[in-house]
Structure formats: C-alpha cells, structure tokens
Design a protein around this ligand. Structure first.
Ligand code: SAH
Length: 385
C-alpha cells in the first residue's frame, strides 16, 4: 500500500516521512491518511500523539490547503510538516461540466494512472460517484470499463482523495452539517469495490469519521456485481447500503452479460442479499437493472424479477443502457422501460428509472478515461508521423 505507516517506536528525524515517498521523489501528501497513519506522522516528527487529532481536524474537517492555515498547531510543527509532507490532491487531467450540472473529473495519481469521479446534483441533494479500481476485471458485456483491463486497485488515499476533490470544487469546507452540495456517496465508478475490499474499508472509515468528512453510512451505497463471499462482511463491518448489479433474471443470460455470475450464480447472490445485515423496508437493497433492448427488457423478464426478489426488501433501479461506440447492445425504448417498471411496481416493489445524466460529458462509467486515452494515443501517433 502506498501510504502504509511506518510504526515509529522512537521519534524519527523530520527528514524521515512516516508514509511512503511518491515514486517521483515529491513529498508525500497527508490527504487520504487514516487516523493511525496520521498518528505515525505526528510522532515521527517528534510531537505528542494528541496532535494527530488536530491535524485530522485541519485536513478532513477544514479541508486546509496549506500548513500555514493550521493555526492551532505550533509554528515549529507547521514548519516540520511543511518540509516533510504536502496537502496535495491528485492532479486533474480533465474537469468537465455537463449542461445538466453533472461534473466529472479524471484524476491522475502519482504513478500516472487515472480514474474518474462524478458529482450529480439533484434537488435537495448531490451524489458523488467514486471509483475503486483503475480498469476492471469483470468484463460485463454492456460496460465500457469492462473493455479496459484492470491496471490496479486504488489505494485508500486515492479513494478518499476523490471526495476531497469534489469538496474542494464546491468549497464545501469546513464540513457543513446542513445544506450540503454533497450528501450521498455511491461506490459505482470504475472497478469492483468488493475486489478491493481492504482499501475500500479503510477509505470509507475515513469518509464516515464524524470529526472529519462526516458522511453517514446511511448515505453511502456500495454497488457490487455480486462478489458473494464479501457481501455480508461488508454489511457487518461497514454498515453501508448495498446495491447489486443484477441485470438479468436467468443464470443463462447473466452468465453472458455479468460473467461473475458463473462463479456466484443467482441463487447464491440472492441468498447473500437475504443475509445482508440491517436490511428492512426503510433500508432496502437496490437492484440495478440495465435495460437492453430485446435482451432483458420483456414483460416476462419483469414478472420473473418480481418472483426472484420476493421476500427481499428491495428497490429496483432501471438504468437505460448508456451506449458507447461499438457496444453490442441498444437502449430499450421508453415504452418498454415504462411497461417493465409498471409490472415491477404492481408486484409490490419500488421501481425507479434512472434519468441519464451527463451524457454530453461522457459521465457513464469508464467513458471519459477511454476518450482521454484515445486523444493521447492520437497525439503520440501525430508526434511519430
Ligand atoms: N462493479 C460495480 C460498480 C461499478 S458499475 C458493479 O458492477 O456494481 C456501476 C453500475 O453501472 C453497475 O450497475 C453497472 O452494471 C452499470 N453500468 C455499467 N455500464 C453501463 C452502461 N453502459 N449503461 C448503463 N449502466 C451501466
């Protein structure tokens, strides 16, 4: 892990950072460190451990961008921090605003790898969509990220830094109690969060800390394609809401469009949903269902969905397929989506249709990253020619 703390038994000299130095030799950033790691930073600089609480407050509650601003810390500690660490966020390779207000960032990390995060404003709330990996291993047939190979897991710090970037953009510091632009977090960006569980868990603990970014676990939803062995653990340890990318009602079709189904078929997946802790009618599991024309969008599919979800406090989120160049699917017509939603609703389930947002800025999963790679490749090719 990039930011693993070095246990400091004796105070290290200020020149010895308590976190790993970035590969390019730049000073390491404190943004994204856990409480333990920040404790090691402070003791590593020869300061008493309680100072870590103050540092935490400045980094995650106040969003400080300079050590100078940390007025409750002694001048000497501020100087030591200044010479050893930074408060840098990841570089922004691209930052786009859609006509509908959706904003999207492509962030570049220390090793040059990139991942996306998105802010979706809605009336009275705003949701940040966070990535968990660079690329993805799942190869879901309709997903654009699935066409990019997995490059690596994101570190906890890189996951936290995505929210910090969006909070900076709204200048939402210090962490407000009410009237937030950022109320909800969805782990629905690039990658499969339950294949990067340890880093996700550490990042979410930082996000949920009441003395910092202070996002309630009730406002966080983790979306999985169905990594069954990790689901209950996620519910028990983190207590966040669960969303499951279902997308098909038979194993035959799901094996094809969500290939992780071959490993963890529908029955096991739905059993894991039934076992998910703290689920009730007020706190339901979201089942995401991408509407693919003539593939999974018939009235019979809708009726089978109702039957499958019987007994699970569920809400169904129908997602019109977001097309990408070369995709082997088409978006279901509006009428088919409405009929499907009506059947699900009549079956006693909550059904919502996701309103496509940010299409003009390629806000769908993986699209901006791919587009930027195309531009870069074209630039390289132009240089060679
Ligand atoms: N790996 C996780 C989270 C990332 S994808 C998961 O599978 O849940 C977030 C959601 O967007 C998933 O439901 C995914 O199936 C859906 N999705 C991906 N590509 C899409 C597309 N082109 N159109 C509509 N939904 C898509």
């Amino acid at each position: 892990m990039e930011h693993a703390a070095t246990p400091a038994t004796t105070p290290a000299s200020p020149a010895t950072p308590a976190v790993a130095v970035p590969p390019d030799g730049a000073l390491p950033s404190l943004v994204g460190l856990s409480r333990e790691e920040m404790g090691a930073v402070v003791t590593g600089l020869g300061e008493p451990a309680f100072r870590a609480k103050q540092l935490w407050h400045w980094v995650y509650h106040r969003g400080a961008r300079s050590f100078d601003a940390m007025t409750s810390l002694s001048k000497s500690l501020r100087e030591k921090l200044e010479g050893t660490y930074t408060l840098d966020r990841p570089a922004e390779s691209a930052a786009l605003v859609s006509d509908d207000g959706t904003r999207k960032w492509l962030l570049r990390f220390g090793d040059g790898r990139e991942a996306e995060c998105v802010h979706i404003p809605e009336s009275g709330r705003g949701t940040v969509c966070i990535s968990s990996q660079v690329g993805c291993t799942l190869t879901c047939a309709f997903c654009h990220t699935g066409t990019q190979r997995l490059v690596r897991n994101l570190t906890a710090a890189e996951i936290v830094a995505q929210l910090m970037t969006v909070r900076d953009a709204f200048d939402e510091w210090p962490t407000p109690q009410v009237d937030r632009n950022i109320t909800n977090i969805v782990m629905m960006g690039m990658g499969e969060p339950l294949y990067n569980y340890d880093n996700i868990a550490q990042a979410l603990r930082i996000l949920m800390d009441g003395e910092g970014l202070s996002v309630s676990r009730r406002k966080i939803t983790l979306s999985t394609a169905g990594v069954v062995p990790m689901m209950v653990r996620c519910g028990e340890e983190l207590g966040v809401n669960l969303a499951v990318s279902l997308h098909a009602v038979t194993d035959e079709l799901r094996d094809h469009i969500v290939p992780i189904n071959k490993k963890y078929p529908l029955k096991e997946l739905l059993d894991a949903c039934r076992a998910y802790p703290r689920v009730n009618n007020a706190r339901r599991i979201t089942f995401e269902y991408v509407m693919l024309k003539d593939v999974n969008d018939s009235p019979a599919d809708a009726r089978e969905l109702v039957r499958l979800l019987k007994g699970i406090p569920a809400k169904v989120n129908l997602i019109p397929f977001n097309p990408w160049p070369g995709a082997p699917f088409e978006t279901s017509p509006e009428g088919a989506v409405k009929t499907f939603a009506d059947i699900v609703h009549a079956g006693g389930l909550i059904a919502t249709v996701r309103n496509p947002r940010g299409r003009d800025i390629m806000a769908a999963c993986g699209q901006l990253k791919s587009a930027s790679e195309v531009v870069r490749k074209a630039k390289r090719a132009a240089k060679i020619a």
